[in-house]
Structures are given as structure tokens and as C-alpha cells.
Write a protein that binds this ligand. Structure first.
Ligand code: HAM
Length: 430
């Protein structure tokens, strides 16, 4: 039998994280952790394994995800197990499990890895990490405001600008319900229209209109008028007295005028999961190459009741690391030193490696991260590598430096240089 060589490629749709990739992911996670804590959220975690039934209950379902996208298998005792495709059912399960002891409203966050058997493409993989932030135990609109402010703040903390790099789009599931009720659509037709509207942005205009007409012939014109509204005031008149309209209108107004955080009404923001009941939102990358949503969430009233016990309203969002990285790279926002030590010490000759290590260690003791390039490459190559890694400072060590104990600290971004003893140079960095 001939021996087939193993491939070095990872499994389809998942990533290996070489150090430069891990550094970017860590930078993303650090910013997520910091911002969630900035808003008083506490971290929780759980296993990637869940009993499959968790995703099959009515009220959780996203049909496409359950039927086509979950990684499900039988364990050795014939239990059906699923690699979690999202975190919301898990967090609802955990909150419901301790509902009697927990203090509400609670604010929890987590950064789980999730598995979805998707068609892999830019922005869509089979394993991704997702920041999940949720508030449980209040239906006050302040929770919606806080949630969207937190989402917005994450982008600000990455150095992005609302309206330039990204936009926040909102809708209300209740508005759709009011529309369907007025049009007297059957439950089946309403579900079919919702599924269709969820795909609106991915379809050609004509194709979409024809599909709506086929699904809800009599009501198609009104549905299309609603879905084409560019601002909330353009929705069909009869909806404007509905309480959900008034709630959403005030929300949009408050976000802009009280919090300087503009949000845009977008009736095509539907969100594929059946559990959403109120305001729903998505954040889109404005870069033409990344047309996907980077973040999605909304209010869900009934998830905890699946586990018995009382109704505990929740609201939250998820944002993925794949789309976040594409976003940061496309908009050139990855300029910070995230992949490297602050200082690189480069000896002019390998014989000076240990002297260089002594210098680097002095900086480390002062709390400055430092590495020594002990390779045998030429100086120009070493400097180029340090530059690519976005190291902030470099010190070149030759015989003269070792003898005089004075060194030149090169600022790699500004190109400037300073001369001094180690003590003096340390004080320039800290
Ligand atoms: P979602 O819209 O399915 O929501 O996912 C949220 C974000 O995760 C997306 O906008 C996208 O950035 C990222 N994402 C989703 N699937 C993939 C994938 N296959 N590859 C790469 N990135 C992906 C939820 O999952 C809800 N459970 C969020 C939530 C939390 N709602 C309330 N609380």
C-alpha cells in the first residue's frame, strides 16, 4: 500500500493562527474585553458542546442553520451533540439555570468560538470567534440604547468612525408583525415574507420583487413600500400609530441627539433567528469589498421560558472576528504595534549576541518588552523584518556601544534617533 502524505492545510473553513494572525486576533479580543468591561459587563464561558435539542426548539430556530449548518454527531452513548453554532441559546440556558440567585438586570459577555457548516467565502468561515454581549432581566429601552452604544464604542476604540467606516442599521420586529396583521397575512405567508426580506440585500431587485409578488400577491405593494423605506417616516401611514413605530422613532432620535451615535432605519434588517421580538440591529462595513454585516443583535423576550420558569427579557448582539479583521485591514486601522515587542536589539555580529541579550534584559526589567535578533541575516534584512513586525524601537549593538556603554535608540515609526546610557533611553520609552 502506498503511503499518502498528510496535508499541512487545516480542515476546510477553519484557520491556523500563525503568530502574526494570533497577534491580530489577540488585539481584537483585547479591545473587545476592554470595551465590554468599560460598560460594566462580566465575562462568562461554556463548553463548545451542547445537546442538539437546544437548537431545535421552536423559538430558537433558524431553519437554515439547524437543517444545513450545524455540526451534529452522536456520542458513544448515542446522545445527539452539536458544536455550538451561536452562543445565545447557551447564555439563555445558563441564565435560566440560576434565575433565582442572579441579580437582574445582568450584563454578561463572552468570546466563544462557533461552528457553522457554511459555504466558505470572504467573511464567512466554518469556525469563527464571536463577541457576545447580552443584558437579561429588563425590557427598558435604555438597555437597547446601552447595547448599541457599546457596539459603537467597540468601533471607536479600534479608531473607526461612525458614518465613515461603518453604519448602524436598525429595525423593529414588531413593525413587521403590525404590517402582517394589517394585511391579514396567514402565519405561513408572514414567515415566508420574513425569510424573503432577510435575503433582500443578496437578491437582484427584479428577482426580489417577483418573489414577494409570488409569496403574497395581494399585499405585495404595501410590503415592498415598507421594505423600500429609506427613513422611518417613509413607512406606510397606518404603521405610524403603532407603539413599535413610536418606540423605534424615539430610539433613533435619542441615539442621534442625546448620544451623538447616529443609527439608520433599515427595514431589510430582519435577523434570521426566530427568537427576536423587538428592536433588531446590524452594523455594516462601508468598505466596498466587505459588504457583510459585522455585528447583529436585538431584543428577545422569550428564550429563557424554554427552560421552564419565568420570562426574562433579553437583548444582545454578536460580532465576529473574521469580519472584524477584514474591516480593520481594509480601512488601514491595524497601524498599532500589536504583533511585536516594543524594542528589538540587533547585534552587528553574532559574537555580540550575549551583549545584546544583556541590553534587552535591562529593558525587560524596566517593564519594556524587548527581543534580540540573534539570527545570521544581514543588518538591512533584520531592520526590514522589525519594520514589518511594527516594532516601535530598535537598538543596534556594535563593539563601540559595548565599550562606551552608550547606545542609539531608533524610533522606527518616526525615523528619529536618541543617544544615551541604558537608563536614559529607558526613561525615553516609559
Ligand atoms: P449572527 O448574525 O448569526 O448573530 O452573527 C453575528 C455576527 O457573527 C455576524 O454579523 C458576523 O460578523 C459573525 N458571523 C456569523 N457567522 C459567521 C461565519 N460563518 N463566519 C464568520 N463570521 C460569522 C448571532 O449569532 C446571534 N446569536 C447574536 C446575538 C447575541 N443576538 C443576541 N445576542
Amino acid at each position: 500500500m502506498s503511503k499518502k502524505e498528510l496535508t499541512t492545510d487545516p480542515y476546510k473553513g477553519v484557520r491556523d493562527f500563525y503568530p502574526e494572525d494570533k497577534a491580530i486576533q489577540n488585539y481584537i479580543f483585547d479591545t473587545w474585553h476592554t470595551t465590554a468591561r468599560q460598560f460594566g459587563f462580566e465575562e462568562y464561558d461554556a463548553s463548545i458542546l451542547e445537546p442538539s435539542e437546544l437548537y431545535k426548539s421552536k423559538g430558537v430556530q433558524n431553519e437554515e442553520m439547524v437543517n444545513e449548518q450545524t455540526y451534529t454527531f452522536k456520542d458513544r452513548s448515542d446522545r445527539e451533540v452539536t458544536l455550538r453554532p451561536e452562543m445565545t441559546p447557551t447564555v439563555a440556558r445558563m441564565v435560566a439555570g440560576r434565575a433565582k440567585e442572579l441579580y437582574f438586570p445582568l450584563r454578561w459577555y463572552s468570546i466563544p468560538n462557533l461552528f457553522r457548516y457554511e459555504r466558505t467565502q470572504r467573511g464567512r468561515l466554518r469556525e469563527h470567534w464571536q463577541l457576545n454581549c447580552d443584558i437579561f432581566g429588563t425590557d427598558d429601552i435604555t438597555a437597547e440604547i446601552e447595547m448599541v452604544l457599546l457596539a459603537n464604542q467597540i468601533f471607536l476604540n479600534f479608531g473607526a468612525e461612525n458614518g465613515t467606516h461603518f453604519e448602524i442599521c436598525v429595525n423593529h420586529r414588531g413593525l413587521l408583525d403590525a404590517l402582517y396583521k394589517d394585511l391579514e397575512l396567514s402565519e405561513e405567508t408572514a414567515t415566508a415574507v420574513t425569510r424573503l426580506a432577510d435575503k433582500m440585500q443578496k437578491m437582484e431587485v427584479n428577482e426580489f420583487e417577483a418573489a414577494v409578488k409570488e409569496t403574497a400577491a395581494r399585499a405585495a405593494d404595501t410590503i415592498l413600500k415598507f421594505l423600500r423605506a429609506k427613513s422611518i417616516t417613509e413607512v406606510p401611514e397606518f404603521l405610524k400609530e403603532n407603539s413599535t413605530y413610536l418606540e423605534l422613532e424615539k430610539f433613533i432620535d435619542d441615539m442621534e441627539n442625546k448620544f451623538a451615535c447616529p443609527v439608520k432605519f433599515d427595514p431589510s434588517v430582519i435577523r434570521g433567528f426566530d427568537y427576536y421580538t423587538g428592536i433588531v440591529f446590524e452594523i455594516f462595513d462601508l468598505h466596498p469589498e466587505n459588504k457583510r454585516a459585522m455585528l447583529g443583535g436585538g431584543r428577545y423576550e422569550n428564550l429563557t421560558t424554554l427552560f421552564g420558569g419565568d420570562k426574562l427579557p433579553g437583548i444582545g448582539f454578536g460580532m465576529g472576528d473574521v469580519t472584524m479583521r477584514d474591516f480593520l485591514e481594509s480601512h488601514n486601522l491595524l497601524t498599532a504595534n500589536i504583533t511585536a515587542p516594543t524594542l528589538i536589539v540587533i547585534p552587528t555580529d553574532t559574537e555580540l549576541n550575549i551583549d545584546a541579550e544583556v541590553v534587552a534584559n535591562t529593558f525587560r526589567q524596566a517593564g519594556i518588552s524587548a527581543a534580540v535578533d540573534i539570527g545570521e541575516r544581514k543588518m538591512a534584512k533584520k531592520l526590514a523584518a522589525a519594520d514589518k513586525q511594527m516594532v516601535e524601537y530598535a537598538i543596534i549593538i556594535g563593539d563601540d556601544e559595548v565599550k562606551s556603554q552608550t547606545y542609539v535608540l531608533k524610533n522606527m515609526t518616526e525615523g528619529s534617533e536618541e543617544c544615551g546610557t541604558l537608563e536614559e533611553l529607558i526613561s525615553k520609552i516609559v
